[in-house]
Design a protein around this ligand. Structure first.
Ligand SMILES: Cc1cc2nc3c(=O)[nH]c(=O)nc-3n(C[C@H](O)[C@H](O)[C@H](O)COP(=O)(O)OP(=O)(O)OC[C@H]3O[C@@H](n4cnc5c(N)ncnc54)[C@H](O)[C@@H]3O)c2cc1C
Length: 405
């Protein structure tokens, strides 16, 4: 981190976690770019950034094709991260474990699961549909009596070290000359349809050519500094941990029809295997915009909405030892639970990357590459992400994503 704030930069990135650092890396690594990139990060410990608090999992099981394409690039990137983000002979490792996602459906959910499966396989994702007999044979520790079918990611899905991914992007970006400044962006100067400078809390000012809003759940506040309104709000989510001594072979990232989910973490130890899991808000439960300063964990939520449905699904979970838990905030896009990406309407040199709604870590490679392409070429080159653009807000054209966890 630099204490000296540069007076100008070609590109200023607000927020230096996974998304900001991915944009910085992809742009700095492009031989066609020779400008100066400054990343402004208000909390260099990243203690509250979603990138540090994430469940760090990646799936191809989306209902919208663009999200499948984004994650297909994400898994390819994670598999090759050592060579791509190597610095001075040191290759980052993110412990990618392709354990698969297992979505379970009752008769009510089966048609949606089958529709989604068609979208996913048409894009080349390696997802299997399983009937209850095949499901029970493959995962004998699972209660399948009420299920009609399931979909399982045979490859290309799993979990990894999210903190490691963020730090690897950051380290490589810095090695390529990107300057990281510790500071908070508190204002923007706008001349017509252009941002001309960002202002920092310490009174300094950085004149700039392009600004990227990678400020996570604070994205709405940062966009408002440019006079741009986006429907992105902080929504609190919990992650709980527990140990279970039972041997549950090939445990994937399991998603129960109730909305509860669980996956293993690391290797078994003396207390058994560690699991992490949680649930989205139950049907009918309020899911209000949260005070982003609120990180309190509701342990009763675990008992009622996580443990109870999971123990009914995986009877071995009746005997667990609960462990620590934490809360973080999704940057939830209220229109359609998908990121708002690219130029902010009439403010053409403000690029948004806000509203990831709980799946931004796995999207960091494709989004970083996409925004770097946009800055260099004024368009997406490798993967067309334009349907996720800001224009869909005014047009009320949601990119509906039915699989939000
Ligand atoms: C509990 C939980 C579980 C999740 N699980 C998954 C998962 O399994 N898979 C997945 O893909 N995604 C998951 N996500 C979502 C994922 O973590 C986020 O989408 C992703 O990390 C967003 O990255 P980001 O860089 O945009 O935002 P963040 O990581 O939140 O970083 C934003 C940064 O901007 C900085 N900042 C904010 N305002 C300013 C300012 N004014 N000036 C300077 N700096 C500023 C902040 O300090 C912060 O470091 C999860 C999120 C949570 C909370």
């Amino acid at each position: 981190m630099s204490d000296i704030v540069p007076a100008s930069a070609d590109v200023v990135i607000v927020g230096g976690a996974a998304i900001g650092s991915s944009v910085a890396f992809h742009l700095a690594a492009d031989p066609g770019f020779s400008g100066r990139i400054v990343v402004v990060e208000k909390d260099p410990t990243y203690a509250r950034s979603a990138s540090a608090l994430s469940a760090a999992s990646i799936r191809q099981q989306y209902s919208s094709a663009v999200n499948v394409r984004i994650s297909l690039h994400g898994i390819d990137f994670l598999r090759r991260i050592g060579e791509i983000l190597e610095v001075d002979g040191e290759r980052p490792a993110v412990d990618l474990h392709e354990g698969g996602y297992l979505y379970l459906a009752t008769a009510a959910g089966a048609p949606v699961l089958r529709d989604n499966h068609r979208v996913q396989t048409a894009e080349g994702a390696d997802i299997l549909l399983l009937d209850p007999a095949a499901l029970g044979a493959r995962f004998p520790w699972l209660e399948t009596g009420d299920l009609a079918c399931a979909s399982f990611g045979r490859s290309g899905e799993g979990w990894f070290d999210g903190w490691g991914l963020m730090q690897a992007f950051r380290r490589k970006a810095r090695a390529l000359g990107v300057v990281y400044v510790a500071g908070e962006v508190v204002g923007m100067e706008r001349d017509g349809g252009r941002i001309t400078a960002v202002r920092l809390a310490d009174g300094s000012r950085i004149a700039c050519g392009t600004v990227v809003n990678a400020s996570g759940f604070e994205g709405r506040r940062v966009a408002a500094m440019a006079g741009v309104s986006i429907p992105v709000v902080p929504k609190k989510r919990f992650v709980f941990t527990w140990h279970c001594r039972a041997d549950l072979p090939d445990f994937p990232l399991l998603i129960d029809p109730s909305g509860a989910w669980a996956r293993p973490e690391g290797r078994p130890g003396p207390e058994g295997r560690l699991y992490i899991g949680s649930a989205g808000p139950a049907e009918g439960m309020a899911d209000p915009e949260m005070d982003p300063e609120d990180y309190a964990v509701d342990h009763a939520f675990f008992e009622e909405h996580v443990w109870a449905p999971l123990a009914a699904r995986v009877p071995a979970f009746e005997a667990i030892k609960p462990g620590r838990a934490w809360a973080g905030h999704y940057d939830m896009c209220e229109l359609d639970h998908n990121v708002i990406l690219g130029p902010a309407g009439e403010v053409r040199n403000l690029l948004l990357a806000n509203g990831f709604s709980g799946h931004g870590l796995q999207q960091a490679p494709a989004v970083g590459r996409g925004l770097a392409e946009w800055i260099l070429h004024g368009r997406y080159v490798t993967l067309d992400l334009s349907e996720l653009g800001f224009d869909r807000l005014a047009a009320n054209r949601p990119v509906l994503e039915r699989n939000v966890i």
